[in-house]
Structures are given as structure tokens and as C-alpha cells.
Write a protein that binds this ligand. Structure first.
Ligand SMILES: Cc1cc2nc3c(=O)[nH]c(=O)nc-3n(C[C@H](O)[C@H](O)[C@H](O)COP(=O)(O)O)c2cc1C
Length: 310
């Protein structure tokens, strides 16, 4: 990596050595990747979403390949918050920035998780996965209803003084409004996007390819949607944004920074290349150097919208 470029960014009160994190659910609890990568090559990682008790996910098939993407309906299979705190977190080097993701069916579940996770000095921040259906509201996801989302963020905000990130669902028509609600109720930053609701069918069996019928689409297929949403959210709020969706290369990541993201998360790419996030971090630095930016932070929001000469 270039020594000339300052790669550090400050994201929602979390100091990152570079702006590249790995996305929840695609990097385990960090420990699984230690054999492949020195985790200090990336800015940090977001762990798999945690629930209060261990939880198994949907039955297989729960993953399918699609053109330029991946469809998953893993659901929130996870080891539970206590195993994460007692077994996984202590196994990670002190210098690795860990953001914990929480998930629940009621705001109270999220709040309890956030409070418990906040007891650990190793947890740098809390990401609220707002893509859980709220049964009492007819199954709509928290992240799809501004009132529900506001109540969720308000409740979690009261439970933690750690940096609080709201991870938004793209399955809405006005992403800027959702981002604004999170800002108004006390989030320190916004992560977006989660997967795009999708489905696929096998015409030989005439069955849906996923046991759950519906799944979430990720990978390069969703990148332009994610980029558009990051741009719109960045226009709507003053809190920082972490861009997620289909980032495979440093060039992809630079696009998110230019559109206003302060940091990015790499998800599906980890399945293709476990070193993807580290290589992306180094590539961003090379881009900054080659284009005369002394600091990677100078790329944030540097999209040129001036009139094109004709
Ligand atoms: C297999 C898989 C599991 C995921 N699990 C979670 C999860 O537990 N919590 C969460 O907030 N997002 C989860 N996601 C969504 C990713 O964190 C990310 O938002 C999404 O995949 C878009 O980024 P990508 O295109 O780089 O993968 C998961 C994605 C995949 C592919």
C-alpha cells in the first residue's frame, strides 16, 4: 500500500485505518477469516447479526446463484450474543475494529442486545439490522415503515452510548426519508443497502429455487441500485453513510465514496475471494494517489456534478 496517502477515515465516531469493512453475514465472526487474511489490512468488520439465543436458519436450499448476483434466504442463523461475547470476540486481535450487528422481533430485543454488547470494550459500534419483519404490524419490516423504524432506533439509542448504525432495507420507495428518520431518532450513521427482495424459479421442477420462496439478492447485480440509494441518502442526512451493495473492486468502492459514503462494506465478494476487502482497501489508496488525493477522506462526496461542456 502507498505510504503517501492517508487512508484513515472517521466513521460515526469510529476511527478506521481505512474505509473498508466487511458486511454482516458474509464474514462470519471474523475468526473464520484469520487463516486467510491479516484482519488489520481492513478497516474492520461487521459480525453476523446476533439474536439473544442461538438460532438456526432456514432449511436448504437457501442459496442460489443468479446472473451477476447471489440469492440467499439463510435467515439469521447465528451463535447467539453470549457465545459471541465469550468465545469469538476474545479470540480476535485487539487491533481489529469489530462492529456487532443485532436483530430481533421487537424493539426491546434489539435494545437488550445493544445493551449487552455495549458492555464489551471490544465492540466499537452497534449496527441495527432493520430488515426483520415486525409480526404485530402485519409482517412489514422495521426498515419499511418510518414509524416502526423511528421507534426501533429511539429504543436502541436509549440502550447504548456506543456509535449506533442503522442498516437500511432497500425495499422501500423513499430511502432518503428512512435515513432521515434514523438521524432524527439518534443514529450516528447509516449502513445501506441490505439485500434486495427477489426470487428465482427452476422450470424443470417448476419450483422456487429457495425453500423460503423469497430471498435477498446481493452482488454486482444490485450495485447501481445501492449507489443510487447511497447518493439519495447522502442528500437527505448529515450523519455519515456506509455504502454496501455489489462492491467487488476498488473502483466500485471509489464510486460509493464519491457518491457520499464515508466507508463501505464488502459482502458477496468475500465468497469469491476471501482477500477481496483487503485488496479493495489497497486499491482505493492507489486510486487516491494516482488521482492526486492526499487523503482517502478527500474522495468522500467528491462527485463532479458540474455541467458537461458541449
Ligand atoms: C449469505 C448472506 C448473509 C447475510 N446475512 C446478513 C445478516 O446477518 N445481517 C445483515 O445485516 N445483512 C446480512 N446480509 C446482507 C449483507 O450484509 C449486505 O448488506 C448485502 O449482501 C449487500 O452487499 P453485497 O452485494 O456486497 O453482498 C447477508 C448477505 C448474504 C449474501
Amino acid at each position: 500500500m502507498s505510504q503517501k496517502v492517508d487512508t484513515r477515515v472517521s466513521f460515526a465516531g469510529i476511527e478506521l485505518r481505512n474505509p473498508v469493512l466487511t458486511a454482516s453475514g458474509t464474514f462470519g465472526y471474523g475468526t473464520e477469516f484469520e487463516d486467510f487474511m491479516d484482519l488489520t489490512r481492513i478497516g474492520g468488520f461487521v459480525g453476523k447479526s446476533l439474536t439473544r439465543s442461538p438460532r438456526s436458519g432456514n432449511p436448504p436450499p437457501r442459496i442460489a446463484e443468479t446472473p451477476s448476483g447471489m440469492l440467499n434466504a439463510i435467515s439469521i442463523e447465528n451463535i447467539g450474543v453470549e457465545a459471541f461475547l465469550e468465545e469469538r470476540l476474545p479470540a480476535l486481535p485487539e487491533s481489529v475494529v469489530v462492529i456487532a450487528s443485532c436483530f430481533g422481533t421487537e424493539p426491546e430485543d434489539y435494545a437488550e442486545l445493544a445493551a449487552r454488547l455495549s458492555e464489551s470494550p471490544r465492540v466499537a459500534g452497534i449496527e441495527v439490522n432493520a430488515s426483520c419483519p415486525h409480526v404485530k404490524s402485519g409482517g412489514i419490516e422495521f426498515g419499511q415503515d418510518p414509524q416502526l423504524l423511528g421507534r426501533l432506533i429511539e429504543r436502541v439509542r436509549a440502550a447504548t452510548s456506543k456509535p449506533l448504525l442503522a442498516k437500511l432495507s432497500p425495499n422501500v420507495s423513499r430511502i432518503g426519508d428512512m435515513a432521515k428518520v434514523c438521524e432524527d431518532f439518534g443514529a450516528d450513521g447509516i449502513s445501506l443497502i441490505n439485500t434486495v427482495q427477489a426470487m428465482e424459479v427452476d422450470i424443470k421442477t417448476r419450483r422456487p429455487v429457495l425453500s423460503n420462496v423469497l430471498g435477498g439478492l446481493s452482488g454486482p447485480a444490485i450495485r447501481p441500485i445501492a449507489l443510487r440509494m447511497v447518493w439519495q441518502a447522502s442528500q437527505a442526512v448529515n450523519i455519515p453513510i456506509c455504502g454496501i451493495g455489489g462492491i467487488l473492486t476498488a473502483e466500485d468502492a471509489v464510486k460509493f465514496l464519491l457518491c457520499g459514503a464515508t466507508a463501505v462494506q464488502v459482502g458477496t465478494a468475500n465468497y469469491m475471494n476471501p482477500l477481496a476487502a483487503a485488496e479493495i482497501a489497497e486499491g482505493i489508496s492507489a486510486y487516491a494517489e494516482a488521482n492526486g488525493f492526499p487523503r482517502v477522506a478527500d474522495l468522500i462526496g467528491a462527485l463532479d456534478l458540474s455541467e458537461r461542456g458541449g
